[in-house]
Design a protein around this ligand. Sequence first.
Ligand code: SF4
Ligand code: SF4
Length: 457
Amino acid sequence: MKTYLDWRAYQDAGMGDPYADIPKHGGNFAKAIAACINSRQCETHDQQVMCPSFRVTNNPNLSTGGRVKLLKAALSNNLPEVALLDPLLREAMDHCVSCKGCKRECEASVDMALIKAEYKAQRVAQDGLGLRDRLFAFTPYWLHRAHWVNNLISLRNKYAFMRWLSDKFLGVSARHLLPVPAQKPFSWSSDGCATDDISQPVSKVVLFIDTFTRYFEPNIAHAAIFVLQASGCLVHIAEPALETPDPHRPLCCGRTFLAYGLIELARNELKRVLHALKSYIDDGYTIVGLEASCVIGLRDDARALGLGDEAESLSKHVVLFEEFLSKKIAAKRLSLSFRSPRKTRSLVHGHCHQKAVGAMKAMRRVLKCIPEHEFEIADSGCCGMAGSFGLEAEHTDIGFLMAENGLLPALRASRDATIVCNGFSCRQQIKHLTGHCAIHLAELLRETITIEKVKVL
Ligand code: SF4
Ligand code: SF4
């Protein structure tokens, strides 16, 4: 059976274990699935994130281990490619929100999000990709090429009839507003260098501006540049190299392609990123990203795209904005002065991928620097949006249930607090369900840092 991702990291998994129960087909991909030790921890409500779909349905097939069982059965079938199209398996995999909760919380570190990307690729090879999935997957392309899309989305959001049409013919939920791109996407001139007034930088960083920040919330990128410069960093913006294909289209981590099983397109995006960042990495720059799923995509999933040492090297140099600042604070290499913010209380909702890599500790350390400011990390799991999951008509209700399972009660209990949230899709879900405009940590810091010498962006 042909597999699309590079599963060599699992080549020794389960070897010599008579109980490993590795399926007949799928090679190392099958071994990654067979890592599950059937402890059924994912069928409890004791974990922080794992597994959002099980937690709101109590359906064992919608737990990580339930998916493992169905996948094993399919890969043990004599016709595995056909068996992977089984409706029960399809339902189970479609309800995985790729939160990576299992990779962190399951004792066997089953990486169902990556397994799902391979599963989707297998399905695309058999079945093709539907129009809605194609629209979502190609988000980085049409945001770059179709500038009229702002108006179309605004009209669709405004008129119930258009929302109904998008639900009926595309399967995009009429009960959700779609995010509208900003009037002007992020732009920066000055030869890719954000400032020239730092003679002895404490660090050299490349800010990786993901597709969602660039097109929907460029203000977050500007706030991050401000904060990084105020911290004494020399900031460069990652741009595609002119000799790469499609050089005028901004860089993207390829997450939307990976999520929909378009592995070759995800690989192409990563190649462009590697090409653009290679010389920076060689020169000792740190690559800083703002959106958790994009950073984790570059740091973790990208290693399964078969691009060898360069992808490995990138994964060691990419950090989240909060991780970067937290490390500087711990090393006492950050001297910033803060004033207290307008609202003195914040509620922080962590993106699933932040929790999956333990980045909430970094959030906590950075937030502690702000004086006269209380904050609370919400005891919340997945927000229920999870990329485009909550926008898919058949998943909207379960997405709302996921939000109700921790996040919404926490928001109701903190109505007057600033909501801090570093995930684009989480902010969309919060806005839709509560009307609150959640902000990125970079925006809160920009509001509170006092400094004169940095250029106002
Ligand atoms: S997926 Fe992980 S938590 Fe669930 S049954 Fe398997 S080993 Fe246990
Ligand atoms: S990635 Fe998240 S939703 Fe998918 S199986 Fe793992 S815990 Fe469940």
